[in-house]
Design a protein around this ligand. Structure first.
Ligand code: HAM
Length: 415
């Protein structure tokens, strides 16, 4: 029996790889423009990093982590997200000594054991950015603007930006008490999951998509109306920076994110065409995370976007992918015996900086020409015995179909 790809994962096949290169290059181009430096952290970390970082009662930690023991019995987890690992590296490498404010980006696979569905995978790719070391509301605005610039570069349209403030330790604490009080006599009408959330993480009740809970939540007190002075001011500054840059956004007072580390700004970017999994990206401020992971109190803000979801939107919006880069030269041999000469020429062409290939099967010249055609090569060089003995080859322009004999010494110049 054939072994299949694990559930929720997918191969990226050669015919699609140029799309990935294209997206990754655009992401890097924009992030470099905004001054972010790339960081690459391991694909797995000690489990504790995510339990402490993302929050013990979150869905990610309770249900979705790929956790395993190494041979010494240490618990490791495939990274479900990139923020906690970046903060771990920031602290471990004392990056605050490099500069007061650090701007980092990452790009790569994340792993969550979720129920696979359209736009939801168990291994998926994210690009993310983190600005560590500033509480400035301009940084929150920059994160949003940067990401929108990436989407714009890729041609994505009709995206909705939802923003909210989830307050700080102080004002949120008081708000959660208020919310619990409101939910207390309605608890029995909440869904099973929300009953549990009521005890462990009441804020998450606000995010429930079930109609019965939505009805209850509809008249719940809002965090936005319960922010302290500092959080209120910070939020209004973020909005004002966005207004100044003509960014259209919607305030969503019920937006709470699935990770516990957020403080103040929380935001999500959604695309209607994605169905149930409509968030192509999300992020926010996390002013307490660095201290919770053992560092000194350091404010930070960031964002991450799912690349597969971006690709779905690109396909849906029928945005044209760039043409795949074809081979420069295909080398064909008139007869199998000419392989040595053909191979020598092939390497000579490659060494001159052109892309070139040949067919290693023992196929006829006619079928090699078919392969050459399919490869999209601009030229085919045909190595035949008679010409080769005269230090010549046949050069065929695949577009005009013109053919001429060329001296081997002149071949590279001609190409
Ligand atoms: P997140 O909202 O959990 O945030 O994930 C960000 C994005 O990753 C989502 O909006 C979605 O596009 C994509 N994504 C998440 N799960 C899946 C999945 N199972 N399949 C496909 N795509 C998925 C974070 O991860 C935070 N670390 C973002 C952040 C950075 N906050 C501050 N800094």
């Amino acid at each position: 029996m054939l072994i299949k790809v694990p559930k929720g994962t997918q191969d990226i096949l050669p015919e699609d790889i140029s799309k990935w290169y294209y997206i990754e290059d655009r992401i890097k181009e924009i992030l470099n423009k905004y001054g972010y430096k790339e960081i690459r952290t391991p694909f797995f970390e000690y489990t504790d990093l995510f339990v402490r970082g993302i929050g013990e009662s979150t869905d990610i930690v309770t249900k979705e982590m790929f956790t395993f023991l190494d041979r010494k019995g240490r618990s490791l987890t495939l990274r479900p997200e990139g923020t906690a690992p970046v903060v771990r590296a920031y602290l471990e490498k004392s990056m605050d000594r490099i500069s007061k404010v650090i701007k980092l980006f990452y790009l790569g696979p994340m792993f969550r054991c979720e129920k696979p569905q359209s736009g939801r995978f168990r291994q998926f790719n994210q690009f993310g950015i983190e600005i560590i070391g500033t509480k400035s509301s301009a940084a929150d605005a920059e994160v949003i603007i940067t990401v929108l610039d990436v989407y714009k570069k890729l041609g994505l349209k009709n995206l909705e930006i939802l923003i909210n403030s989830v307050g700080c330790k102080e004002c949120r604490g008081a708000y959660v008490q208020k919310l619990k009080k409101y939910l207390e006599d309605k608890k029995s009408f909440l869904c099973l999951e929300c009953k549990e959330r009521y005890n462990k993480n009441p804020l998450r009740v606000l995010d429930c998509k079930k109609d019965s809970c939505k009805k209850i939540i509809a008249s719940a007190p809002l965090i936005i109306e319960n922010l302290c002075q500092e959080c209120k001011l910070h939020f209004s500054e973020v909005k004002s920076f966005l207004h100044d840059q003509k960014i259209i956004f919607k305030e969503d007072p019920k937006l709470v994110r699935g990770l516990d580390y957020y403080t103040k700004t929380a935001f999500e970017i959604i695309s209607g065409g994605l169905g149930a999994q409509n968030a192509i990206g999300g992020g926010g401020r996390y002013d307490d995370l660095i201290e919770e992971l053992g560092g000194k109190s350091t404010p930070a803000v960031g964002f991450a976007a799912g690349i597969e979801r971006m690709m779905i939107v690109i396909e849906q919006q029928q945005i044209k992918w760039p043409e795949e880069k074809a081979l420069d030269v295909f080398v064909a041999k008139a007869k199998d015996e000419n392989i040595e000469a053909a191979f020598g020429l092939l390497q000579k062409i490659r060494n001159a900086g052109l892309s070139a290939d040949m067919d290693y099967s023992e196929s006829s010249l006619k079928s090699q020409m078919r392969i050459a055609n399919k490869s999209g090569a601009r030229y085919t060089v045909i190595v035949g015995e008679e010409e080769f003995s005269k230090h010549m080859v046949i050069l065929r322009n695949m577009q005009t179909k013109e053919q001429k004999e060329v001296k081997i010494d002149d071949l590279i110049d001609q190409l």
